[in-house]
Each structure stands twice: as structure tokens, then as C-alpha cells.
Design a protein around this ligand. Sequence first.
Ligand code: KG4
Ligand code: ZN
Length: 364
Amino acid sequence: MGAFTVLGIETSCDETSAAVVRGQAPGPGAILSNVVIGQASEHRPYGGVVPEIAARAHVELLDAVVARALAEADVALGDVDAVGATAGPGLIGGVMVGLVTAKGLALAAGKPLIAVNHLEAHALSARLSKGTEFPFLLLLISGGHCQVMAAEDVGRYRLYGATIDDAVGEAFDKTAKLLGLPYPGGPQIEALAGRGNPKAYALPRPMVGRPGADFSFSGLKTAVRQLVKQRELTAEQKADVAASFQQVVVDVLLDRVYNALQQFRTEFGNKNQRTSLVVAGGVAANQAIREAFQALGAKESFVLELPPFSLCTDNGAMVAWAALERLARGWTDALTSAPRARWPLENLGNSHELPSRSVSDPLA
Ligand code: KG4
Ligand code: ZN
């Protein structure tokens, strides 16, 4: 089976992105271009992503972003083997913009369309960067998602645990807001935490020590709110809160992933083969989290796969790669494929088989 060249489009949140990727499973692939235009400055005055603003910005930016991605890759639209776009889950307005654009391009070029699940794109990003073989354990931590699962194959994921309330990136963003920091809060908290004492405040460690691999972060956020409400914090105290918060997040993630790892080893019993843990999603950009998993990896002898920063936050290259992996299996999608606000990763399979893929039922 030869290599494929795929154009990928990502518009499910506040990054407008298009990329051209070339390669074959299991990877690594070549990223010929990966143009990402962040909209953070447009959303910052509102302290979070405003869906209508995001959708309009995608409309305004996407054509030029696609043109630039093709030009930088030195690839003509007619030379790509398929056009992939995030079809969900995400903010529905933005998803519609990307998917409709991809349909138009696919139709114009006479190429297949691949409707990509955004979570699968994050999940497969380590195959694009490193060629990680299935099965692997996957921790997906982003602004909208917090889950740990076994990735058995393209389209086959087994969920071990997920958040019962806030996603971890959401906890970072909300805590940042409480401390008066601008959106997106993750990088702000990380920078502030570097100047603080992680032991300064005793914050709750939700779920730690409990069986299973579910997560919870809303109690932590509430504890920070109480702290902030009690008194006016000095700059030094704010740094201590950020450091204490980040330390709790690290502890919670390690505890939950440890349990998931035991479950993964029981189910996939790879005695001779080393277990790979992939940490993906925007929060995987956090250096304290990366270092904590490096240390756990050394202790528990698993191979830690951390996609580079540029592939951790939302980007078109991971979407192009997920589309490429599906194309290689002959899994293409109809031009009538519907955008979806919600679209869980479990048992994704060959998306053709999903009964909910109809225009009349876009939220299924
Ligand atoms: O994957 P992503 O770009 O978008 C979603 O699909 O959600 O993740 C964005 C999230 C935001 O919540 C942002 O605050 C968080 O990732 N984030 C971080 C860091 N960089 C981004 N959280 C903690 N530390 C960081 N360095
Ligand atoms: Zn994402």
C-alpha cells in the first residue's frame, strides 16, 4: 500500500487550521504544511470562546488558510488523495463551516471526503509524529475533553474513565478566570505556577485513591473560588494558588492513569511488548504534566509518547492524518455527512456504519 497525501481542515473550536500530510499507517507521516490561525484575541474580551464569533471568524479565515496550506506544501488540490475535515464533536457553527468547505473542495476536485472525529484526530496524533503501534493507552486532555482509553485500532477505542464534570482544560481556564488571568488560561496558569509554591494551599484531590479511572475537577475549582472570595490575593499568593492547583491536577491525572494502566495491562497483557501511553490534547502542552508522566513512565516502565506542542493543541495536521488512516482502509464518507456537536469516540468504527449519520439527526 502506497503513501497518501491528504488535506485536513480543523474548525471545531477557536483555531482555524488546514494542513497537508503525506504518509502511510502506522506513521510517522510527513507534515507538508500545518497552518493554524488562533482566534484567542477575538474571544479574550469575553473570557472564553464565543461560538458565534468563532463561526464567523472561521468563515472569514478558512479559504485563505486552505490556500496557504496547499501553497506551503507545494501541492495542488488535484494532487491530494482526499479531503478530511473535523465533523464533530465541537461548536456546531464552526464544524459546519469546515465540513461544508471540505465538501466543496472534495466535490470540485473529484476526491473522497473523510468526516473526521476530532477526538480520533487527537488520539492518532502520536502515530503521525512517532508511528505508535496499536494498542496503546491514551490520555486525552483538552478544553472540552478529559478521558483515558485504550486505542485498539483506527475506529476502535475502549473507554476506561472520563470526567464526571469539568474537563481538565476547562478547570485550567476557569481557575485562570478566578485569578483574573486572560483566556486561554492553561498557559497563563502554567507560567504563574512556575513562580509559586505548590504546597502553599491544601486543595482537595478529587477521586484520588478511588478505584476506576474517572476524573472530577469541579470541586477543585470551587475550592479555588472560596480562596479567592475570602480575601484579596497578593501577586505572590496568586502564584501559590496557581502552583497548588497545577500540582493537584498532576496528582489527579497520575492517580487515574495509574489505574487505567493496570486495566490496560490486564486486558492487553503485553508482557514482551512495552506499553505505550500517549498524552494528547491541548493540556498535554503543560510542562509539569509532561514531566510527571515522564517520571511515571520510568517507574512503571511504559513508553511515553508526547506529540510535539504543535500537534497537541487543535491543528489541521492531526485531522489530515486521521483522514489518511481512514482512507487507507477505504473508509470514506458521503457528501451528505452531517456535522455533530456531540460524537463519542467509543466504537466509532467505520463511520459508514453509524445509523445516526443523517442530516435530519445532526446531534446524535
Ligand atoms: O485541544 P485544545 O487546543 O482544544 C480543545 O479541543 O479543547 O485544548 C485547549 C485547552 C484549553 O483549555 C487551554 O487552556 C489548555 O488546552 N491548555 C493548557 C496549556 N496549553 C493549553 N492547559 C495547561 N497548560 C498548558 N500549557
Ligand atoms: Zn481539540
